[in-house]
Design a binder for this molecule. Sequence first.
Ligand code: IDC
Length: 329
Amino acid sequence: MQTLDGKQMASSFSTGEKATPSKNGKLQVKEGKLCDESGKTVQLRGMSTHGLSWYPLYVNQAFFTQLANEWNCNVIRLAMYTAELDGYCEGGDQEGLRQIIREGVAYAKKADMYVIIDWHILLDFDPNTNKKDALAFFDSMSEEFKDENHVIYEICNEPNKGCDWKAVKEYANEVIPVIRSHAKDAVILVGTPTWSQDVDEALADPITGFDNLMYTFHFYAATHKDELRKKLKDAVDGGLPVFVSEYGLCAADGSGVIDKEESKKWISLLNENDISYLAWNISYKKETSAIFKPDRPKYQDLGWDDLTEYGKVVFSVLTKNSVETEEKE
Ligand code: IDC
């Protein structure tokens, strides 16, 4: 397979082969690991969009196909902010956003990638704040996609501020049955307190009564180091199914420097444990974590020259498991 930098791509998945919906089918969670339909461990790797309210145009077939074929992605996350101006619960065009998700789900399927529908809470802190909207949203989405094997539901991006695990559990225990009433066994990702870092709390007091649940863990390499890696490792060693639905190579505010040394340590830890991970973010916003340059928005046929330094490192991680980039002539 050819990559963006013109090289042949070797498999860089920890499980050896790149799992795809057409080959590996429906996903399930067994003994703490994400597995395919036949029970074999799989790893998903890809990228997250920025907020769909602000950068909807990356949701197109040509770009998704490019992500799968040239970037080696087998998953894409559709991040739909709930708060902030034009977020789903703050004046956003709700039907318009649901339509973008429908299209994203269809484009991902055609590109043979799994897709995550992310209810991206952030400045609303506690998922219970907009629970009513969340219940209606997941009810209609999971009904529409009940027969789609490639759809994963992420019910709360990052609980934060004062939101504790008890509150997240209460929310999850209401939202999960709604999804389960349609999508009987789709994988569901649950966020954890402190911006999805406190997987220790989920391990100590997991959600019970449902199959195919995973707990999310997020990190930003220039901010989060050994201490947080230990937290992740302890949770995984304790048998908790963990999914890194978002990570950054830079600081936790999405900017600052790229920390290659720490990124390397994180990527190794994730690969050693067959943990799935998706990089933040697909946009041209003027911030370190945007993979495209801010000066010339483009949504298809994106090439090496369109990438920021960050975008180039993410590309190397996905195609070579390396944080070193090679300049292309
Ligand atoms: C950031 C965006 C930035 C935006 C901000 C607030 O990169 O453009 O202004 O959100 O909406 C997260 C969040 C993610 C953040 C990201 C970087 O999930 O929404 O995006 N981050 O701050 N958790 C840790 C870091």
